[in-house]
Design a protein around this ligand. Structure first.
Ligand code: BGC
Length: 447
C-alpha cells in the first residue's frame, strides 16, 4: 500500500484580506470583477485570456504569457545540456518501496476548498483529500519552475522521514493539444513554432528534474494524444497534428529518460482503445513509439482511464458499454497486454481511479466532461490484484474542471453541457467547487 506524504507548507488560507485573492484563487481574466491582487507568497499568473490564478512564489508577471518565462539552465540546442542516461532503470515496479509525494499544489487547492464548506463533517472529509497523492499536471510552461520546488520539498521529506519519495507528474503541453475535443486546447500551436516551444518545455522539465537526482519521478505522457492518433485521424486537427505529436512525444520520452523519469504513455480507456477492433492498432502505435525512442526501460508502460470514470473491475457491465467485452479497465488491460507484449513492448500499467467511485452514471460511454454524480474512487495503492498493474493512481486532480459549459468560450466543447454534465462549469483545469463537493460526498470507498 502507498502511504502518502503530506506537505501543506504552501497553504495560506489566510483570513482573506479584502481585494486579495487567495493562493490558487482567480485573480484575472476577461469578465473577472473580483480581486486582482494575490495573497502574500503568491503572484497573479496568466493562464489564458479568461483566467489568471494566484500561484505560489514570486516568479513571472501578472500578464506575461507563458513563453516569456526563462529557462532555468541553458538548453540552447534542446539536447546539449541533457546528460546521457548513466543509470539503468530499476527492475520491477517503480512504485514499489516508494511513498507517492502528495502535491502541495493540489493540497492547497483542496485545503482552500474545504475551508469553503460549512458542513463540518463534509469539510473534514474534504480536507482529508489533500493527503491523497495525486498527479501534478504541467499543462503550461509557466508552471514548470514549480516542479523544482516540489522536488526540493520531496527531497527534504525523504531525508527527514527516511521514506523514499516518488513525485508523480503529467506531461501535457503538446502543440494543437486535445485535437479531437475543444475543452483542453493548450498554449502552443503547430502553426506558430509549436514543436520548438514544446521541446523547450521538455528541456525545462528536464533541467528541473536533473537538479534533484535523489527523488524518483514518474510521468504520465500526454493524455489523449496517441489514442487520438489511433482512432481520430478523420478529425482534421488530429491528422494535421500526427507528425508533430509523434516527434514531440519521441523527444519527451528520450529526454525524460536521460534524467531517469519512469514513464507511462497515456492509452485512453476501455471505452476508447478497449474496443476489440482498436486493440491491435493501438498496440502497433504504442510499440512503434516505444521502439523509436530506443526501447528505453524507463518507458515502463501505459496509463489508462486518465480523467475518466471507468471502474477497474465493474461488478456488472454498465449498460452504456453494451457490446464491448472489455467493459472495465481490468478487462481492457488484460486484452491489450498480450497483443502489445507480442508486438515487442513489455508494457505494465497504471490505472486512474480518482473519479471512478460511482458507476452507471453516464448517458453514453463517450461522455467525459464533469459527469454528474461521480465520486472519488479507490485510493492509490500498489496492491492491485493484477500483476500487469503496477499501481492504482489518482491522475486527474478531482475538483479541477474538465471543461467549461459556457458556449461562448473559445474552449467550449458541447460535451460539457450534455444532460449528464455538471453545469455551470468553469474552464478546464480550474477549480470547480460544486464538483469537488460531490466527489467528496459520493466517494467510494467513503472518505
Ligand atoms: C486541463 C488541464 C488540467 C488537467 C488536470 C485538463 O482537462 O485541460 O489544464 O491541468 O485537466 O486538471
Amino acid at each position: 500500500m502507498f502511504k502518502f506524504a503530506s506537505l501543506l507548507a504552501f497553504v495560506t488560507l489566510a483570513s482573506s484580506v479584502a481585494a486579495q485573492a487567495p493562493i490558487y484563487g482567480q485573480c484575472g481574466g476577461q469578465g473577472w470583477s473580483g480581486a486582482t491582487a494575490c495573497a502574500a507568497g503568491s503572484v497573479c499568473t496568466y493562464s489564458n485570456d479568461y483566467y489568471s490564478q494566484c500561484l505560489p512564489g514570486a516568479a513571472s508577471s501578472t500578464t506575461a504569457p507563458a513563453s516569456t518565462v526563462s529557462v532555468p539552465t541553458s538548453t540552447a540546442s534542446g539536447t546539449s545540456s541533457a546528460p546521457s542516461s548513466t543509470s539503468t532503470a530499476a527492475a520491477g515496479n517503480p512504485f514499489e518501496g516508494y511513498e507517492i509525494f502528495a502535491s502541495p499544489y493540489y493540497a492547497a487547492e483542496v485545503a482552500a476548498a474545504a475551508a469553503n464548506i460549512t458542513d463540518s463533517t463534509l469539510a473534514g472529509k474534504a480536507a482529508s483529500v489533500a493527503n491523497i497523492p495525486t498527479f501534478t499536471w504541467f499543462d503550461q510552461v509557466a508552471k514548470v519552475p514549480t516542479l523544482g520546488t516540489y522536488l526540493a520539498n520531496a527531497t527534504a521529506l525523504q531525508t527527514s522521514s527516511g521514506s523514499k519519495q516518488i513525485v508523480p507528474i503529467v506531461v501535457y503541453d503538446l502543440p494543437d493539444r486535445d485535437c479531437a475535443a475543444s475543452a483542453s486546447n493548450g498554449e502552443f500551436s503547430i502553426a506558430d513554432n509549436g514543436e520548438a516551444n514544446y521541446k523547450d518545455y521538455i528541456d525545462q522539465l528536464v533541467a528541473q528534474i536533473k537538479q534533484y537526482p535523489d527523488v524518483r519521478v514518474v510521468a504520465v505522457i500526454e493524455p489523449d494524444s496517441l489514442a487520438n492518433l489511433v482512432t481520430n485521424l478523420s478529425v482534421e486537427k488530429c491528422a494535421n497534428a500526427q507528425t508533430t505529436y509523434l516527434a514531440c512525444v519521441n523527444y519527451a520520452i528520450e529526454q525524460l529518460a536521460t534524467v531517469n523519469v519512469y514513464m507511462y504513455l497515456d492509452a485512453g480507456h476501455a471505452g476508447w482503445l478497449g474496443w476489440p477492433a482498436n486493440l491491435s492498432p493501438a498496440a502497433t502505435l504504442f510499440t512503434q513509439v516505444y521502439q523509436n525512442a530506443g526501447s528505453s526501460p524507463f518507458v515502463r508502460g501505459l496509463a489508462t482511464n486518465v480523467a475518466n470514470y471507468n471502474a477497474l473491475v465493474a461488478a456488472s457491465p454498465d449498460p452504456i458499454t453494451q457490446g464491448n467485452p472489455n467493459y472495465d479497465e481490468s478487462l481492457y488491460i488484460n486484452a491489450l497486454a498480450p497483443v502489445i507484449h507480442s508486438a515487442g513492448f513489455p508494457a505494465q500499467f497504471i490505472v486512474d481511479q480518482g473519479r471512478a467511485g460511482v458507476q452507471n452514471i453516464r448517458a453514453a460511454w463517450g461522455d467525459w466532461c464533469n459527469v454528474k454524480g461521480a465520486g472519488f474512487g479507490t485510493q492509490p495503492t500498489t496492491d492491485t490484484g493484477d500483476s500487469l498493474i503496477d499501481a492504482i493512481v489518482w491522475v486527474k486532480p478531482g475538483g479541477e474542471c474538465d471543461g467549461t459549459s459556457n458556449s461562448s468560450s473559445p474552449r467550449y466543447d458541447p460535451h460539457c453541457s450534455l444532460s449528464d454534465a455538471t453545469i455551470p462549469a468553469p474552464e478546464a483545469g480550474t477549480w470547480f467547487q460544486t464538483y469537488f463537493e460531490t466527489l467528496v460526498s459520493a466517494a467510494n470507498p467513503a472518505l
